[in-house]
Design a protein around this ligand. Structure first.
Ligand code: NI
Length: 199
């Protein structure tokens, strides 16, 4: 199965909500996963969503090498993993800011806030259910890829565009490798407002 070219921002497929997969073990999905794996290997990323090769289905690949781990004790490397119909639920109230890139926005990085810890439910292409907790870099990549399935790009989640730019310039400005900064998000409700006011 050969690599496909990666769709870039501006293509409407990246803005569409991808459709769920009825049968994760359908051979068509196995073919799609092989095509995605070849494309990810060629492009050299740590995650890929099916819409990024032009297929609007809820399938993602993630692969986190140990060099890309955060220093969260619960974080860790993850071998190439294919997930069908992935769903995420935030755990706790801690979010982390860190620089992110996207194969569909080549050459650029921006700082994005993500949940530090998420619960992942999904199916594998072999038909095995997945129900696990992911933290740190793994949680970040998952949130980025699941966003792709909902037509969301990391740019949409950015709040400070002074922390966005071309990789070389960000490295030069010492912004690319800044360690993730975490913050606790106040829970919703009147008590939360009091808490926020007290800060
Ligand atoms: Ni991306």
């Amino acid at each position: 199965m050969s690599a496909k070219s990666i769709v870039r921002a501006g293509d409407p497929v990246l803005r569409r909500k991808a459709s769920p997969v009825a049968d994760p073990t359908d051979p068509e999905i196995a073919d799609l996963v092989r095509e995605m794996a070849a494309s990810l290997a060629e492009a050299g990323g740590i995650g890929l969503a099916a819409p990024q090769i032009g297929v609007s289905r809820r399938v993602i690949l993630i692969s986190v090498p140990s060099a890309r781990m955060s220093d969260d004790p619960d974080d860790g490397p993850l071998p190439l993993t294919a997930l069908v119909n992935p769903e995420l639920t935030p755990i706790g109230d801690v979010r982390a800011l860190a620089m992110e890139g996207c194969l569909s926005i080549p050459g650029m990085r921006g700082e994005v806030e993500r949940w530090l810890r998420v619960r992942l439910t999904a199916m594998t292409p072999e038909g095995r259910p997945v129900d696990t907790v992911m933290t740190g870099m793994r949680a970040r990549v998952l949130q980025h890829e699941v966003d792709h399935l909902d037509g969301v790009l990391y740019l949409d989640r950015m709040t400070d565009f002074t922390r966005f730019g071309y990789v070389e310039e960000l490295i030069e400005a010492d912004m690319n490798a800044a360690p993730p900064r975490t913050e606790t998000v106040a829970p919703a409700g009147p008590a939360a407002q009091e808490q926020a006011d007290a800060r």
